[in-house]
Design a binder for this molecule. Sequence first.
Ligand SMILES: *Cc1c(COP(=O)(O)O)cnc(C)c1O
Length: 414
Amino acid sequence: MNTLDRELSTRLARLRAQGLNRELRRIDSAQSPRIVLGGRVFLNFSSNDYLGLANDGALKQAAVAALHRYGAGAGASRLICGSLAPYHELEEAIAQFKGTEAALTFSTGYVTGIGALSALLGKNDIVILDRLVHASLIDGARLSGAKLRVFRHNDLNDLEAILKWAALVIHPPNPKEQAPPPRALIVTESVFSMDGDTAPLRAIADLKDRYGAWLMVDEAHATGLYGPNRRGLAEEMGVSDRIDVQMGTLGKALGASGGFISGSRILIDYLINQARSFIFSTAPVPSAAAAATAAIRFVQSEAGERRRNLLWERIDELSSSRWADGGRRPSAIFPIIVGDETKAVQAADALRESGIFVPAIRYPTVARGASRLRLTLTAAHTRLDIAHALSVLESVLDLGSQMDRHHLALKSGI
Ligand SMILES: *Cc1c(COP(=O)(O)O)cnc(C)c1O
């Protein structure tokens, strides 16, 4: 063993000892409510394919047509070798869907957050993040070099305290200041990816107006699912036009892959010029863009509305069980908090033995000691699927007292 491998195997052993080791599980089927692992069929409650579009005929057809017309690869960055028509069709479809002037797509949601934040902010600026935002937003905020402040999850008082401090920093009592005025950007999600709860977007928009900050909202888990036009939670809450930078992803409810920013034409022109993860990266394959365009058209259709309603029926069924955290605005994400990392893995193993595929989410995806099972529902699940999952949860896991959701254990007694 060379010294690098020796060092890495020590580090891996440390992760294993902490219950934090991760491994890939090979699936020999498409993403759908039923997946095949090692020759066995599992009921799948792990994907973000909320509308069941990842394996949908309309998306596959659009991808195949684009593959035949535009080929398998993109050739280079869109600024270098020309920008293929499918990206423009997709961006026009996104802008129209979101009701914004323009949109820009990126290869993934992850590089969307990185590219946008590092383009918009510099070291004189302040970026204010909800504690539970996605890694892409944290990484983008760090990369921007802006002063980083974190407010307690959904805590408006904490956010306001930071905004007050930021106002002092932004308007220093020095009239001779020549540098461009620093800015503060608030960054949050609409539906939080690992907790499934939602942000008080209206109150946050009120605060950003009061303190002259900007607001960026990542709708990765809400795009296609909320609002009269299924634009997202901001639409449902009536605050879309108060959000300066709207972000979404194409790989969750939209069933394809990629990420996007939608907003003013000026914002998009600026990102084309300054977002390094857009500029210095080969464009995604054209078939992915075509699949995403088909998904956006589907979501806007009557069939899309029916599909969304099916998802909400399934959500209601699970929401009324004791596994749900009642009293909050529902989403398709149901965390069952376990706490201990090793116990979370054992609980996921036990569910898998009973034919249910659910991921154990651990540090660093969530805080240490906040490990959980994360069940996600899709419109492609049936009523029977939900009923079956509930009965397996009952027989395998013991939720403990309703008052303390951290007392989850296996019935076999770990
Ligand atoms: C999944 C996710 C992303 C990243 O999107 P990908 O397309 O998977 O790279 C960004 N933000 C949030 C909130 C997410 O949940």
